[in-house]
Ligand binder design. Structure first.
Ligand SMILES: [Zn+2]
Length: 265
């Protein structure tokens, strides 16, 4: 194994209507049909993301929910990012409608259809920027999903939160370790999320009381971020990476002044 430690920046594009309390989860979702296609928070988040990207030169991978492309405004915003920042923007797949697949009974056929439709939408809109990289909606992946990802041509999965704290969220008889060993038996490269003291540091952990002190501490001590010419190292299983993620919506926090607390950017 080459000793090259880098950090990979990833951002999920979930809008307000995609949160599990609104859609995609068998027990937690209570859909509110009045939520807009694009929220004001999302618009503010995209502005914050744009100015953050102007402040450094590192690449980011955005995991996009394909149904967001039903909005011309969304596609326009993404294309603006792509034309302004060029090769620094990679687009991965975050599902078609952000369905929490691992929380539902196993359904390989429907999952395969969801992935196939997502890939064709994302490729059609962002042909220069799309890569077959996947992040499971709602943050949990099940072992049965792994062979489907491989069949559908995915090369990278970044859905595992390797923390004891979330093991109860996995299906019966599963944990992040069982999913991880399923991935390791395939060609798929797993990019698990950064933890510190075995606790989550990504996404909501940056904001949840009781976790955020540790999460922020972790992000102050990250390895050097990948450079734009190194982005394909994400697909190289011999390279160790610290993978961190946050949301476009996070940039709307603190009246639009939030940015990820990464040291040295
Ligand atoms: Zn999501």
């Amino acid at each position: 194994m080459r000793v090259l430690r880098r950090t990979w920046f990833t951002i999920d594009t979930d809008d307000v209507r995609h949160v599990p309390s609104n859609q995609g989860h068998p027990t937690r979702s209570k859909p509110d049909e009045t939520l807009p296609m694009i929220s004001e928070q999302f618009r503010s988040g995209m502005k914050g993301l744009t100015s953050w990207l102007h402040g450094h030169e590192h690449p980011v991978t955005m995991f996009v929910i394909a149904d967001q492309c039903e909005s011309e405004e969304f596609v326009q915003m993404m294309n603006d990012l792509c034309s302004t920042f060029g090769e620094r923007i990679t687009i991965g797949c975050h599902g078609l409608h952000h369905r929490s697949w691992s929380a539902w009974p196993e359904d390989c056929e429907a999952f395969a259809q969801d992935l196939g439709a997502s890939v064709s939408i994302l490729k059609q809109h962002f042909p220069e920027h799309f890569k077959p990289w996947f992040r499971a909606p709602a943050g949990y992946v099940a072992s049965w999903m792994i062979p489907v990802l491989v069949e559908q041509g995915f090369t990278v999965d970044s859905s595992i939160n390797p923390s004891w704290l979330v093991n109860r969220k996995y299906g019966k008889g599963e944990s992040w370790r069982t999913v991880n060993s399923t991935v390791n038996a395939t060609q798929l490269v797993e990019r698990a999320w950064k933890t510190r003291f075995s606790l989550p540091t990504c996404g909501p952990a940056q904001h949840i009381m009781g976790l955020r002190w540790n999460a922020k501490g972790a992000w102050k001590r990250l390895a050097k971020p990948l450079n734009v010419e190194e982005i394909n190292l994400v697909e190289d299983s011999t390279i160790e990476l610290d993978t961190i993620y946050w949301h476009v919506l996070d940039y709307a926090r603190k009246d639009g002044t939030w940015s990820p607390p990464i040291k040295g950017l």
